[in-house]
Design a binder for this molecule. Sequence first.
Ligand code: ADP
Ligand code: LRH
Length: 496
Amino acid sequence: PTTESFAAVDLGASSGRVLVGHLADGRLHTVEASRFANRPVSVPAGDRTALRWDVLRLWRGVLAGLRVAGHEHGPVRSVGIDTWAVDHGLLDADGALLGNPVHYRDERTSGVPERVFAELPPAELYALTGVQFQPFNTIFQLGATAGTAQLAAARRMLLMPDLLGYWLAGVEVTELTNASTTGLLDATTRTWSARAVAALSAATGVDAGPLLAPLVAPGHVLGPLRPHLAAELALAGTELVAVGSHDTASAVAAVPMDPARAAYISSGTWSLVGVELAAPVLSEASRAANFTNELGVDGTVRYLRNVAGLWLLSESLRTWAAQGRPADLVALLAAAAHVSPLACVVDVDDPAFTPPGDMPARIAAAARRTGQRPPADEAATVRCILDSLALGYRRAIRQAADLSGRQIDVVHVVGGGARNRLLCQLTADATGLPVVAGPVEGTAMGNLLVQAWATGALPGGLPAIREVVAASSDLTRWEPTGSEAAWDAAERTLWH
Ligand code: ADP
Ligand code: LRH
């Protein structure tokens, strides 16, 4: 390329990649510099087994990708990093990482939320932070470190993308979109909340205050890479840029939508379902529906709910493989298309599905609990998962519209789930709305285009970013088919 390029490090809960992009004629052209699996590791921790991220393996994949970017696609103007939310590393006084970051699906926070709520009731915490209740919110994870030697040695908490950014460029900051998932950020002032910090401290004895790093907004240029890395990776002159470092913030930035009338689904390990707003919705009804007000690029609010997502499918595939019956995703999806629709549905947000383990068995148990016949085989299990996800999307989109006062007439799907044609069609059928699918690599595109904006290569903010995404992507449109009565009935099976 004759123009300078940008590199996006995008780590999802199931895989990571480094993409290089450059802008030409209003389009973003991307190449993949590296792709690697992200597999957590179970490891003994005291008298239990902990689930940890293999952060050094991820770092190796990041370096491999950046090396390709620097050596084969330079000059690289900047690098941006996004990852999944809430998880973090603790650094000691020398800046060394204290242990492997803990996976949000680890059960260490069990009992912690109740203690925090005794100090600051859920309604007050929600009015303050606007964050959905998830047992893995950073505030509860920090609470779980109470009394540990690790906490005693900790001087700084860095969220995953900022930890990798610290290794790359030596800066200790917390990027705002990801800070908004911690449960420690004030939704109104968009600064660390002294009240949330005090409640955590009173409940658990953990004083998070000194651990929190200065906040930076997405679009902020953080500075050059560490000199030895810049030399080794052929990235002299390359700067680290704070992007929407929460992967969902980068994904939403790249949804080629008119935010006034669209709902979006960022579809990967999780399905993040919602709308984009200018200000948070902090009502009691919003809390009761467990909607979250996370921050987006360009000052926006991502008003959304976590729906369990393709985790149910990937964990089922993993279970079958472990049981000696490996199955191919694409073949299974084709078979699932021929299974009778809505024969069995489950509430995908049932906390029973959160930890790793035998997913098909848990789905069968949930079916029995709700008086249904469990899926008979693999294809029926996959169909049950997809029907149930579509049902969950329908519910979340209708609630998002009601709670935010928005009229929605189209649903956009970005991420790996946009490749799932059956799920896209079911989503259109269940919501009664057209679905526009793509781009698949929306998160990396959002990451790259925020860098282009931050460095002056793309003036115009979020609307301009979305125009480039639309011009650069193959989008597929799915029209609703069938009757809504069947979906109404399925909904009543689960929620009466
Ligand atoms: P994350 O960022 O959470 O790691 P991705 O956005 O990469 O997730 O999406 C991964 C998901 O995409 C997989 O779990 C899988 O269900 C889906 N997917 C990937 N390839 C295909 C395909 N060819 N057909 C249908 N679905 C696919
Ligand atoms: C999606 C995601 C989501 C968070 C979850 C922990 O990758 O970042 O937005 O709630 O992971």
